[in-house]
Design a protein around this ligand. Structure first.
Ligand code: C2E
Ligand code: SIN
Ligand code: SIN
Ligand code: FE
Ligand code: FE
Length: 406
């Protein structure tokens, strides 16, 4: 790559290693998270965001901000949901139009001789001060624009924001180029998965998409907080998050084999019908039975165990062989016999199921849902995870706002 020749060899090696890692990440959110993280790490930047192009708007998809993360209430700001037009008036919009990197030394001192200006509203809400900015286009094959990456506040030795170096510009442009290709692939994977789930549940794809996106996002946030409490190493947390999001999204994929009449039944299910419905956990686990990766193992564990209850009153209980049709609902697994990821998805799924309207019930008011979760602490749900859930409740609400039913 000609653009990186200005850098020394060990830096180049490190960058290539990161690029190779990025190729392995299959989930789009994990990928964006990682691309942004690595670009920021290289520039020693405090913050950054990625916008993706959606229907001629730049929609903010990922925000990282070390300063805000250190603050009690900062984390929810990372789940913003706003879009800006592709036009010369904003910095990201300008870069999207010109398709050239743009370096700004101080966002509050942009001259009047340029068409773009800095929008201070995020800074205002977050009480943050944006200073140096490096904004690059994300260009995929055939020079198609897929979004914009923005790196904010390079930090000097004393932790104060300083202007970006010219090598930052080169490296970030390289990441952006490489990432754009990966993002295209990951987006396709995500779309295929959503379509699979849509078919599985025979529901309106948009509604299903919103539900599974929320369950995936709640699950990784609950996991991350749990992991922080248990001192799990960063590298492991990152890896689990990548796999968990998609595995959680697929928890109900076994419903593909459940009849439409049952799935769409308006009233309560008869005992026999409920037993048939319960089979979705086994049917789902079957799909991942021929495990070829850590990913299959987690998806199988979640599909099979997401209706187990902490107190042992859930289903399906011990299952020797998911391929066998002999299975009868047995005594449920209990406590830590249930895999952690399944305990997490159970909570995320029921929170979302209760809040949402179903063919057989109205959505519950938020207070009633929260009351139920508290009441089921130690019964349906892992008691510690319920505490974790409430400790990140502002993040949960922000996710709900971001992935609302369209
Ligand atoms: P789902 O609708 O996505 O619900 C997932 C889980 O959320 C349920 O698992 C249950 O633990 C919880 N949940 C949902 N709605 C309620 C509710 O009104 N009250 C309470 N206390 N909990 C609720 P569960 O019970 O194992 O059900 C699995 C799936 O079976 C449900 O997924 C749904 O597709 C179907 N199902 C369950 N009950 C009924 C019903 O009465 N009528 C119909 N048509 N389908 C049902
Ligand atoms: C689900 O039961 O997992 C999907 C429900 C929905 O689309 O709202
Ligand atoms: C189920 O797990 O059977 C339904 C839960 C859901 O996806 O909402
Ligand atoms: Fe289920
Ligand atoms: Fe669900």
């Amino acid at each position: 790559m000609a653009t990186v020749s200005a850098l020394n060899k060990s830096k180049v090696a490190a960058i290539l290693k990161i690029a190779e890692d990025l190729n392995r990440i299959k989930d789009i959110d994990s990928l964006l998270d990682r691309v942004l993280f690595e670009a920021r790490r290289f520039c020693r930047a405090d913050a950054g965001s990625i916008y993706l192009l959606e229907e001629r708007m730049l929609r903010i998809q990922y925000v990282q901000n070390d300063t805000l993360m250190r603050q009690e209430s900062g984390k929810k700001l990372l789940y913003q949901n706003h879009a800006i037009p592709v036009s010369e008036s904003s910095i990201a919009g300008y870069v999207a139009m010109t398709r050239k990197p743009l370096v700004i030394a101080d966002a509050y001192a942009i001259g009047r001789d340029v068409p773009y200006g800095f929008n201070r509203s995020f800074d205002g809400t977050a009480r943050y001060r944006t200073r140096s900015m490096l904004t690059v286009p994300l260009l995929a094959s055939r020079n198609r624009l897929i979004g914009v990456m923005q790196i904010i506040n390079a930090l000097g030795e004393d932790g104060e924001a300083v202007p970006f170096r010219s090598e930052d510009e080169l490296v970030v442009a390289y990441f952006a180029h490489h990432a754009a290709g990966c993002i295209e692939t990951a987006k396709m994977t995500r779309e295929i998965i959503l379509r699979m789930i849509g078919i599985a549940e025979m529901r309106d794809p948009e509604e299903t998409g919103a539900h599974v996106n929320r369950v995936g996002a709640y699950s990784i946030e609950i996991y991350s907080q749990w992991a922080a409490r248990h001192g799990v190493a960063d590298a492991e947390v990152k890896q689990v998050r990548d796999v968990l999001r998609i595995a959680a999204m697929l928890h109900d994929v076994g419903k593909v084999a459940i009849s439409d009449t049952l799935l769409k039944k308006r009233g309560p299910l008869s005992t026999g019908e409920y037993e048939s419905m319960q089979r979705h956990v086994i049917l789902g686990a079957r799909l991942f039975r021929r495990s070829t990766s850590e990913w299959d193992d987690m998806a199988a564990a979640i599909a099979l165990n997401h209706h187990e209850h902490w107190d042992g009153s859930g289903y399906p209980g011990a299952v020797d062989d998911v391929a066998s049709d002999e299975w009868r609902p047995g005594p449920g697994k209990r406590g830590e016999e249930i895999p952690l990821v399944a305990r997490i998805v159970a909570l995320a799924d029921v929170y979302d199921a209760l809040s949402s309207r179903r063919a057989y019930k109205e959505g519950w008011a938020e207070e009633r849902v929260l009351g139920y979760i508290r009441e089921q602490q130690g019964r349906h749900f892992d008691p510690e995870l319920v505490d974790v859930f409430f400790s990140i409740y502002d993040v949960i609400r922000a996710i709900k706002g971001k992935y609302g039913d369209a």
